[in-house]
Design a protein around this ligand. Structure first.
Ligand code: MG
Length: 350
């Protein structure tokens, strides 16, 4: 089949978090139409600037190309990456490319009547253990979750470090001794904070510290790794393509990699990142990996054992852009056996 149209849209989000970058440049939908009438839908990041990258540049590069195989998608990715390289390689242009790439995977899956995980070689695992990025510790534990992530930003306010210790202690107490407790620092800690918190949180058996520093501190992260063991350093949601992850591998900066499949270059980049991770002996635990885009990669490759979910996303009032998304059940989540990514777009939000 040939691509006859490509169109990106910024959905009418009503409930974005305020006062942060996401309130400006949140997720986009990309629609790729073929001459057989099959339509693929993808999910990228970058808001209106990413919409412009797709509609004003990538569309013209993609219309007329043939999509019959996984190799064709890989070729399209390389072409779009190369042509956008002078202004791209990272950030919003790659968030845009992610949406296009995911739409092509959805298109091929729908054309062949196969789930994306099947295009990737089939399920390596039937389901993935879900963790809850949520403060509703007791509610989520009672729903079957056995892993939780606690937000632990630190801006140096008086008493804030004590609040972090209290939050982690409360999560551990609520979930019990066998659960996994993770923390997300959102790039707000520094090296000294990390060492101090490793010591103050030692009693709570934290599995990983996520995003303690920024992606520009690979050598500093590599130096911290042995000092905070047995806590693992996780990160990568703000890194792009296999090129960034090759640098992370080279520096030995992280114990777990967390590419966001809707930002880092889609499934095509995700597969290349998984290959690098296998060579480096590191698990890949995609950011928001319980959303279908990362979940198909996780289930098909077995690249990691945890899928991030946000249980409050299904609590109104919330934007429901993708209908029929799989939900965590008894602490596990699995992609649906449906063509493509297997979800339905809520057209009312476009
Ligand atoms: Mg995070």
């Amino acid at each position: 089949m040939k691509v006859i149209d490509v169109k990106a849209v910024y959905p009418r989000w009503q409930h974005l978090p305020q006062g942060v970058w996401q309130s400006h440049f949140w997720q986009i939908v990309v629609r790729v139409e073929s001459d057989t009438g099959v339509v693929g839908l993808g999910y990228g990041g970058g808001g209106n600037p990413a919409v412009a990258v797709v509609n004003e540049h990538m569309k013209g590069l993609l219309v007329g190309s043939t999509v019959e195989s996984v190799d064709d998608i890989r070729e399209a990715w390389d072409w779009l990456y190369y042509k956008s390289l002078p202004y791209g390689r990272t950030g919003i242009p790659v968030m845009a490319l992610s949406g296009v790439d995911l739409a092509l995977w959805d298109l091929l899956g729908k054309a062949q009547g196969r789930p994306v995980y099947d295009l990737l070689g089939g399920l390596a695992v039937d389901k993935v253990r879900a963790y809850a990025s949520s403060k509703e510790y007791l509610r989520d534990r009672d729903a079957g979750y056995t892993a939780v992530k606690v937000g632990t930003p630190f801006f140096g306010r008086d008493g804030e470090a004590d609040e972090i210790v209290e939050a982690v202690a409360s999560a551990r107490e609520s979930y019990g001794p066998d659960a996994l407790v993770l923390t997300d620092c959102g790039m707000t800690w520094n090296g000294a904070d990390t060492l101090e918190m490793a010591s103050r949180l030692a009693d709570y058996d934290v599995y990983w510290f996520e995003d303690v520093l920024t992606p520009d501190h690979l050598d500093e992260l590599a130096a911290l790794r042995p000092k905070v063991k047995p806590v693992l350093l996780a990160g990568g949601e703000h890194d792009y393509t296999h090129h960034d992850f090759a640098a992370i591998a080279e520096a030995g900066a992280l114990d777990l990699w967390q590419p966001d499949i809707t930002w880092c270059g889609g499934i095509t980049a995700g597969l290349r990142i998984v290959d690098l991770a296998r060579d480096a002996g590191v698990p890949v635990v995609p950011h928001r990996g319980g959303e279908i885009w990362g979940l198909h990669l996780l289930a098909a490759t077995g690249c990691g054992e945890l899928a991030e979910t946000m249980p409050h996303r299904w609590t109104p009032p919330n934007d429901e852009l993708w209908l029929d998304e799989p939900l965590a059940k008894d602490g596990f989540i699995a992609p649906l056996d449906r063509p493509g990514f297997g979800v339905v777009l809520n057209e009312a939000m476009l």
